[in-house]
Design a protein around this ligand. Structure first.
Ligand code: C5P
Length: 243
């Protein structure tokens, strides 16, 4: 890898300065973490699979008119992206009860929700990404009311696209997280889907068997994470030949 300026290293990805102004190179690591870093492992090939799957979803969103930070994939582990100002929120969309919602409300895992529910966590590892109401987000100036309206409608469009795409390959989209960034084009701010979309940030269950094909396999010690991600990539038709 050529020597270049490190911008930020996160738990699963590294950002480097990009080749052109206004760009970054996003590198996908093999590291898997859960419980805010309490559980860690290296899953060989995960970065390669997530790079491909994130490319697939970001290109798909672009094709239906949902703007993203993605420019192009550069190689097995890297993609070129637009620099964005990340809004410090995890935007979570849920179709079925699972994870923290099922726990918090004492719901059965897999219970159908009356409609997709969008919720927000404040992105802060030290605080464990606490759930925050829209009222806080606007009062603290993390985003405006207009931004929030746009973010909710974007998140629901992403949900429609991802649910449909996944259902088409026999996978139920239980929930997912996206991050939203702001880009300034000629002084006009625009919101775009940023970060990544991969089984690291979705819950994906096989429609027929209910088998988990996402990071819960790692969180809950359910078997091989690499096999689960390989299966999702294979069904989506983006499995690289040498993984
Ligand atoms: O844990 P919880 O049920 O709140 O997670 C909801 C969804 O958001 C899951 O798909 C999970 O993988 C994703 N998520 C994430 N990063 C976090 C928290 C949740 O990708 N820090």
């Amino acid at each position: 890898m050529a020597r270049r300026k490190l911008i930020y290293e996160g738990k699963a990805k590294i950002l480097y300065e990009g080749p052109e102004p206004g760009t970054y190179v996003q590198y996908f690591k093999d590291d898997a973490t859960a419980g805010n870093g309490a559980k860690k492992d290296v899953i060989e090939g995960k970065g390669v699979l997530n790079n491909r799957m994130s490319e697939f979803f970001m290109v798909g969103l672009g094709n239906i008119g949902i703007p993203t930070h993605f420019i192009r994939r550069l190689n097995m582990r890297e993609q070129l992206i637009r620099q964005v100002e990340i809004i410090p929120l995890e935007v979570i969309v849920r179709n079925f009860a699972a994870g923290s919602m099922a726990k918090r409300l004492g719901m059965e895992e897999g219970a159908t929700l009356p409609r997709p529910i969008v919720e927000f966590s404040y992105k802060d590892d030290k605080l464990g990404d606490p759930l925050v109401p829209e009222e806080y987000i606007i009062a603290f100036g993390w985003a405006s009311q207009q931004d929030m309206d746009d973010i909710v409608s974007m998140a629901l469009r992403v949900n429609d696209f991802l649910s449909g795409t996944m259902y088409g390959v026999g996978i139920k989209l239980v929930d997912f997280k996206i991050e939203i960034g702001r880009i300034w084009d000629n002084e006009f701010p625009r919101l775009v889907v940023a970060d990544e979309i991969s089984p690291d940030c979705c819950r994906l269950w096989d429609v027929e068997t209910g088998q988990k094909l996402d990071k819960d396999v790692f969180r809950q010690d359910l078997g091989s994470l690499s096999d689960a991600y390989t299966e999702v990539a294979r069904r989506l038709g983006v499995l690289p030949s040498n993984v």
